[in-house]
Design a protein. Sequence first.
Length: 150
Amino acid sequence: MRCPFCNEENTRVIDSRPSEENNAIKRRRQCDKCGKRFTTFEKVEMIPLMVIKKDNNREPYDRQKIEAGIISSCHKRAKSLEQINKLIDEIETEIFNQGVQEISSSVIGEILMDKLKDFDSVAYVRFASVYREFKDVNTFMDELKKLLDK
């Protein structure tokens, strides 16, 4: 691992432990040349996942798209970035546990909505209004009734 400060190739691990979510190994390293310390994370490389869009085009899975949707849904809600990242991790785990190389964007959307419903009901309704493309107030109210009936 190269030192990010002096670009030296010789660095050594001085501490190793699982990350908080237990999905990576956090390594504390020290450069042999400049002596500065830095942290690296080692994660399992996942199979590339392709997302099949509504128009049948395919594009690589992009975590940032889920993150952007959730952040905009949670705008002015009392949710920390840490809570949002934990939710995204849960969504990704469910997506990748499908064990497929291609997944429909609608499947991802349903997983996201299911998780968001338990996370924050207002954020869920906001996301649903865009995702379900409500055409009028009645379809919006139908979704609200489903949420209230549970």
